[in-house]
Design a protein around this ligand. Structure first.
Ligand code: TRP
Length: 334
């Protein structure tokens, strides 16, 4: 029997290269060999956007189209919307007794997100909701509600997987061996740097290249990318390893070209403008098939709805079965 994969994504914006190389590409590779549930985590998206429901609603469809565009095959993957499976919310309540507030506050992902909020809003305490603090519990429910055994995610999610494993062990030790303890599956290219050289590409950082970016946008973004700051003149030798343009060449261009680019750059035989132009071309070539596939779903929104309906039916069936066992173990199977 195939092992089960569960992963999720918050619908709060379109997919960018960080999502693609950090996780999406890996999901496409995995879809042949596993029973695959892919959750559009709209409830989790609302933890940070509860006052902007329209944004989450719109992005549910945007994200689904992006996922289909990168090659997620709806015949192989159950793509479903989190809020349509109330069992997840129910399970979250049951789990909330099995985790301490102190443990949640120590969760490194929660901790760093709290710091970000502090920077944004000044007062940490005022901006931290009960729902935000508890979202790792909800994510543990996302995974276990479908018997997820493997969870392919970026490495930033590792503390959430660890927290889930702890909850599972606690549950099983009290109520009996009912839940599967999941394992994280981390991608090779774990993190993609931003156009500005920041270690992380992110929407809030304003340094992302989106899969939906048109050639004009791509051109502007790449022209503004950070290169080796020590290179002043066109024929100065430079260090490609500190240049974001070379960094993206390595992601989207072929090996042969990249070898040439690297050696020319080191010798001072290549100007940055030329190099950026070549990257724009390579980036557009890379995005073209993705955007063509996306266009098909933009033109056929009924297909997207049907895909989500099929995914929902499969997810619902699984969640019902798991919930039955959970309630029985907890002696609340009235
Ligand atoms: N927290 C994940 C993110 O921000 C999204 C997510 C929600 C998820 N539920 C999940 C990931 C379950 C893996 C498993 O990207």
């Amino acid at each position: 029997m195939k092992k089960t994969i569960l992963t999720g994504i918050r619908p709060t914006g379109n997919l960018h290269l960080g999502h693609y190389f950090g996780a999406g590409q890996n999901w496409v590779k995995l879809q042949d060999d596993y029973e695959f549930y892919l959750e559009i985590a709209d409830v989790q998206g609302l933890t940070d956007n509860f006052n902007n429901p329209e944004k989450v609603r719109t992005n549910v469809y945007e994200i689904v189209k992006d996922l289909l565009a990168i090659g997620i095959d709806p015949k192989k993957v159950h793509v479903f919307i989190q809020s349509r499976i109330p069992e997840i919310a129910e399970l979250t309540v049951f789990y909330s007794n099995l985790v301490t507030v102190a443990r949640l506050q120590r969760n490194p992902t929660v901790k760093s997100e709290m710091l970000q909020k502090k920077e944004l809003f000044g007062n940490e305490g005022e901006s931290i909701t009960y729902g935000f603090l508890g979202y790792p519990v909800s994510q543990a429910a996302d995974i276990t509600c479908f018997d997820g055994e493997l969870v392919p995610v970026g490495e930033d999610q590792a503390p959430l997987i660890e927290q889930c494993r702890e909850i599972v062990r606690k549950f099983n030790s009290i109520y009996g061996e009912v839940l599967k303890e999941p394992e994280g599956l981390y991608t090779e290219t774990r993190r993609v740097k931003g156009l500005d050289g920041n270690e992380k590409m992110g929407k809030s950082l304003g340094n992302a290249v989106y899969l939906v970016d048109d050639p004009d946008t791509i051109s502007k973004k790449i022209m503004g990318a950070v290169t080796d700051t020590k290179k002043i003149r066109k024929d100065d030798p430079a260090d490609p390893e500190v240049c974001m343009v070379y960094y993206y060449h390595k992601l989207v261009n072929n090996e042969e070209n990249n070898k040439t680019i690297c050696s020319e750059c080191k010798k001072g035989a290549r100007g940055c403008v030329q190099c950026k132009k070549e990257l724009i071309q390579a980036m557009n070539d890379f995005l073209k098939p993705i955007q063509d596939r996306r266009k098909h779903y933009e033109d056929n929104p009924d297909e997207v709805t049907a895909i989500l309906e099929e995914g929902h039916i499969a997810a619902k069936e699984k969640a019902r079965e798991v919930m039955k066992n959970v309630k029985k173990a907890m002696k609340i199977d009235y």
